[in-house]
Design a protein around this ligand. Structure first.
Ligand SMILES: C[S@@+](CC[C@H](N)C(=O)[O-])C[C@H]1O[C@@H](n2cnc3c(N)ncnc32)[C@H](O)[C@@H]1O
Length: 212
């Protein structure tokens, strides 16, 4: 998907104290960055950041990191954070493919929220639930692997159910319509989710675990 480019986005986001520049320098040291030993949750492709910011506000005993490849997308997030004090939130401007250079075995949960579905077979390797990404996640998960995924894309959801189960994940919860689930699932909406919810589109959800 093509996103609008914002002039000087890189300069704007670099002024934010939430942005961690040179994140590779903090590999195996993220607990020092946060100054505590609380669990660390990572969102890949956080976009404009509403989800990760609201999660950090709702769960102060969890440390959150939002990672996003596009500096233009991140501008909105840093604007939203002006005048907010969230010591449990950090942002990283990087390609998700680089996560093993940024984290050691430090991550407790990964959120894949409305990830690009890359529907063409030729782009399959770019999907965040392709086996090559699942292998990258192995390198950064602390002990138990835990992935929460939300999407509006049925094809990507079906694909993810398949790749995760073939990779021995099991599912704690699966919903084909998150917002109308019989047993409500606690949920904070992302920017894309709000838009799709208002359009009345179903949101697919899964919570996958792999316990050693
Ligand atoms: C459809 S948007 C979803 C944004 C947000 N998660 C939400 O739900 O509102 C997908 C986001 O993933 C980002 N993205 C795509 N590929 C990425 C990659 N390899 N590494 C990091 N971010 C990526 C895009 O720039 C975009 O902001």
């Amino acid at each position: 998907m093509e996103y609008k480019k914002i002039k000087d986005a890189n300069i704007i986001i670099n002024k934010s104290s939430y942005l961690v520049t040179n994140p590779e320098n903090y590999k195996n040291k993220w607990h020092e960055v946060f100054g505590n030993n609380n669990p660390i949750h990572l969102e890949l492709g956080m976009g404009r950041g509403d989800f990760i910011i609201n999660m950090a506000m709702a769960y102060p005993k969890i440390n959150f990191i939002g990672l996003e490849i596009s500096d233009s997308q991140m501008v909105k997030a840093v604007e939203r954070l002006v005048n907010k004090k969230l010591p449990n939130l950090k942002l990283i401007n990087a390609d998700a493919i680089n996560i093993p250079n940024i984290f050691g075995k430090e991550i407790d949960t990964i959120y894949l929220t409305f990830s690009e579905p890359w529907p063409k077979k030729i782009d399959e390797k770019k999907r965040f639930t392709h086996v090559s990404f699942l292998k990258l996640y192995d390198r950064i998960f602390k002990r138990h692997k835990h992935i929460i995924l939300k999407t509006d894309n049925k094809g990507f959801f079906a694909y993810s159910l398949e790749t995760l189960s073939q990779y021995w994940y099991s599912f704690e919860r699966v919903s084909l319509d998150l917002h109308h689930n019989e047993i409500p699932i606690p949920n904070i909406m992302t920017d894309f989710e709000k838009r799709y919810y208002e359009e009345g589109r179903p949101i697919y959800y899964l919570d996958a675990v792999f316990k050693e």
